[in-house]
Each structure stands twice: as C-alpha cells, then as structure tokens.
Design a protein around this ligand. Structure first.
Ligand code: OOG
Ligand code: MG
Length: 260
C-alpha cells in the first residue's frame, strides 16, 4: 500500500527540503528532474504554508527579474514573484545577523505600499491609484541552492530567494518613479549606480506585472501589502561588518548594518 501522507507527496517533500534549508541556513543541491512552472509555484505555496504554520505573517510580495541587470547576473529572463513575511523585515538600526543566511546578497529596489486590492490585468493608472506610499528599499536575497545557481523553476520553488528586506521612509506616491538615480554604497564605497528606469522602464510596470502574476497564482494583493519592484542593478555579496546604504533621488535613504 502506498503511504499517502502529506510529507510523502513529491512536491511537499521538495517544499520541506527547501524550507528546512532556509531555517538551517544550509545550501541544498539544485532540484533534479524538470518541473513545470505550475509545480514550482505549488512548491513555493507549500513552503510558505509551512512558514505560516510556524507563525510567520504574510506582508506582501516581491518581484524578480524586472531589470536586465538582474536577468544577466542570474541567467534567467522571465519575471517571477515570491512571498514576503514579517520575519524577513529588517528594522533599520538593528544589525542583521549574517548567520541567518546561506550566502546573502543585497540589491537596490523601490517598494510600494498598497491601500487597496490589486488583481489581474490592470493599467499603470489603476495600479498607482492603489498605492498609499513609495519607499527606497534594499532587498537581501539568499538562494537556498548551492553556489547561488538555479533554473527558473528552481528559484520559483525557493520563494524567489526571498530572505530579507529593509524599507526606507515612505514617501508621497505622487513622486514620479520613472527615472530616479540610485546609489548603493557598501562601507562608504559606491558599489552599484543605476536608475529606477532600469526596472521595466518604470517601476509602475513591475506593480502592474505583480497584480497579474499574483492573480494567476491565487495570491491576493490587498491594502497594507508591500510590493518590492525588483533589483534595479546586479546584487552585491554581503559580509559581516558591512554597512549598506541606498540613496534614491527624491525618495531618500535606507541603510542597514550586517552583524555576525
Ligand atoms: C532571484 C530573485 C530576483 C530581483 O530583484 O530580481 C530578485 C535571485 O536573484 O536570487 O529578487
Ligand atoms: Mg529583489
């Protein structure tokens, strides 16, 4: 007789393996065998269910591969999304412990705060009418796969490398995000210089895509949610002792320190 408990379901077993890797901050090999994108998002949902059962609270979603720089760095060229939880939120001023991660990297982004639900195919005006505020933001990504190497379906199954985010001061959503200069410094040295225009030509298109992709996977975007627009430049590796600072023209500054 076949044992049909949830833990022996093949997708649940993969979700458990990736979730355990995230909890233990230990890398696992890339997945074997070809998965469909549907299966990869199913694994992501199953791994998130494990987090929610442990008491983590969903706070929004993050978009991935919305800039050429990110696609080129990782060799993946389709937009993806991942889920964010309160445990990933890093409070400004409190150093983030490097021990929580396998091999973390940081990338410059902008974040949207929603004041109304968004779902399906919408235009940029509709997307912006649901935005309460915008902010400069730093995302800490951490692949659970060895050597930070993955296929499109691997990374989707791994919750799109979501692991941390730092949100700067919320600003007026009327500020045009179309072409704002971005400077990411580590320990005072410029490491990535770019523009919000690198995010799909304008970050609003990332929000438009978020509404569509989330709806396709039955993920509700609602008031109070944070949507991370995706890295505008390549990501930089993090190490203990570093201080990371992002300045976004007109939006302001966000920073954090990395502890042991
Ligand atoms: C996948 C996540 C991509 C972004 O902003 O493009 C991402 C990764 O690069 O590990 O967060
Ligand atoms: Mg990102």
């Amino acid at each position: 007789m076949q044992n049909a408990t949830a833990d022996t379901h093949p997708l649940e077993a993969i979700a458990a393996r990736l979730d355990d890797a995230a909890v233990a901050a230990r890398a696992v090999p890339q997945l074997e065998g070809a998965l469909t994108l549907d299966q990869a998002y199913e694994i992501q949902a199953l791994s998130m269910a494990r987090r929610y059962r442990r008491g983590e609270r969903r706070i929004g979603i993050k978009m991935g591969f919305t800039s050429r720089a990110k696609m080129a760095q990782m060799g993946v060229s389709d937009m993806i999304f991942g889920r964010l939880t309160d445990r990933m939120l890093i409070e400004a001023g409190v150093p983030v412990s490097i021990g929580r991660f396998v091999h973390p990297r940081v990338e410059p982004e902008v974040a949207f705060l929603l004041k109304a639900p968004l779902a399906g195919r919408i235009d940029p005006m509709t997307a912006m009418s649901a935005v309460a505020a915008v902010a400069p933001a730093l995302e800490i990504i951490d692949s659970r796969y060895e050597n930070f190497k993955f296929s499109l379906t691997d990374v989707v199954a791994d919750n799109s490398s979501s692991s941390g985010l730092v949100i700067g001061p919320w600003a007026d959503p009327g500020i045009d995000l179309g072409n704002l200069g971005m400077l990411m410094e580590i320990d005072g040295a410029p490491r990535q210089i770019g523009s919000t225009a690198a995010i799909l030509g304008h970050p609003v298109f990332s929000l438009v895509a978020a509404a569509r992709l989330a709806a396709e996977r039955d993920e509700q975007l609602t008031a109070g949610d944070i949507v991370m627009a995706g890295g505008a430049t390549a990501a930089e590796a993090l190490a203990a002792g570093q201080y990371v600072k992002l300045s976004v023209e007109r939006l302001g500054v966000v920073s954090f320190g990395v502890g042991d």
